[in-house]
Design a protein around this ligand. Structure first.
Ligand code: CO
Length: 210
């Protein structure tokens, strides 16, 4: 019965606890004490891109924030609080912005479709299109243009993180955090490092530097 569907999650949880304890009897005891993740993950809410599974890591490894199209929006207090806690308290070494090819949010933003309330969120992605309009409009193949837009969107979110003043504060006193831009492929499960990592405000336009 569809109304009982959620119970599969609860029975799944019991199976997971049993299997986990078989491999590591003190797994929960240890994790309940504290978390010491080295990574902050900013990813898409898409159900097919779960941070820990696709990186073969376990609970406790990655502090996670996910939203539609892995966006860094500077008025998003949810995102900013997660990032602030990650760098100030957890002192993560690496922040990973991970987009994915086939992202519905990015796709919607490159069309003229009216998505109602969602239009407001999609505007931030459209702004990325405008920034790179020349390059993107120059790609004739729609699939290729979509893939490139996904990559450029990740690249811009990496830069948007670098514009955050409390992150720049961190760089004044040390080399961390490093901010990386990755794209996950739904088709083969592989992650591509875009090679756009930064750990200084050097490459930002002057107006963004504190
Ligand atoms: Co997506």
């Amino acid at each position: 019965m569809a109304s009982e569907l959620h119970k599969e999650l609860l029975s799944g949880n019991e199976v997971w606890v049993r299997n986990t304890l078989k491999v590591k009897p003190d797994f929960f005891e240890k994790l309940a004490e504290a978390q010491h993740p080295q990574f902050l993950w900013i990813g898409c809410s898409d159900s097919r891109v779960p941070a820990t599974e696709i990186t073969n890591t376990v609970p406790g490894s990655i502090f996670v924030h996910r939203n539609i199209a892995n966006m860094v929006v500077h008025t998003d207090t949810n995102l900013l609080s997660v990032v602030n806690y990650a760098v100030e308290v957890l002192k993560v070494k690496h922040i990973i912005v991970c987009g994915h090819y086939g992202c519905g949010g990015v796709k919607a933003a490159m069309t003229n479709g009216d998505y109602g309330y969602l239009n407001n969120w999609l505007l931030h992605i459209k702004d990325v299109y405008r920034l790179h309009e020349k390059e993107l409009d120059g790609i004739a193949d729609e699939g290729e243009r979509f893939d490139r837009f996904v990559e450029l969107n990740v690249q811009e979110q990496v830069r948007d993180l670098a514009k955050v003043s409390f992150i720049q504060d961190k760089w004044k006193s040390g080399e961390f955090p490093h901010i990386h831009g990755w794209v996950y492929s739904l088709k083969d499960g592989l992650i591509k490092d875009l090679g756009v990592a930064i750990n200084s405000s050097e490459s930002l336009e002057n107006v963004y530097k504190y």
